[in-house]
Design a binder for this molecule. Structure first.
Ligand code: DLZ
Length: 155
């Protein structure tokens, strides 16, 4: 599919099974973020990551993904962090502030911790666009976020 990461299965080395991943999940728009979480988790498992090596952390909203991601990345045994959220545009500029803050925040955590912190945040104009990307007709961006984490560790 144009504009998406290769989804499905990628070739991984054996070391991935022993790596520990954190998935940080925003509770806002939880119908969407739960679907992203399922996509990410299933993708890690399909690539040989052990169940016990997948750690979940919830945060209230996408704005909190930065700190939640940092807390997870600071743990020595965590190799990569997948941040999942869904920001849907409303009637006020709140959307822009949250999207900008979380994009900048996650970028900083990557640089500060020197670990892959993956930006799995949907920023959509409406709920339908989000559903299309959370297991709907445009795939599951949680699954893609997990593949990105694996690719970064394999590179
Ligand atoms: C306040 C808010 C709004 C209006 N919309 C969303 C959203 O669409 N998606 C999301 O993940 N979070 C939203 N939040 C909550 C903020 O991310 C944050 O939790 C609060 O501003 C408290 O810091």
């Amino acid at each position: 599919m144009a504009g998406t990461l290769t989804s499905g299965k990628i070739k991984t080395s054996k070391k991935i099974s022993n790596r520990k991943f954190a998935i940080v999940v925003a509770e806002w728009n939880d119908e969407i973020t739960e679907a992203l979480y399922e996509g990410a988790r299933n993708s890690l498992l399909a690539h040989g990551v052990k169940k016990s090596n997948i750690i979940r952390k919830n945060v209230p909203g996408s704005f909190e993904l930065t700190l939640g991601g940092l807390w997870m990345a600071e743990k020595r045994d965590i190799s990569a962090v997948i941040c999942l959220g869904c920001v849907i545009q409303g009637d006020t500029p709140h959307f822009d502030y949250i999207c900008q803050a979380v994009a900048n925040g996650i970028t900083e955590v990557n640089i500060k911790t020197r670990k892959p912190i993956i930006f799995g945040v949907l920023t959509t104009l409406n709920k339908q666009q989000a559903m299309d990307r959370a297991g709907g007709k445009l795939g599951n961006k949680g699954e893609e976020a997990a593949l990105t984490a694996i690719k970064m560790l394999e590179s």
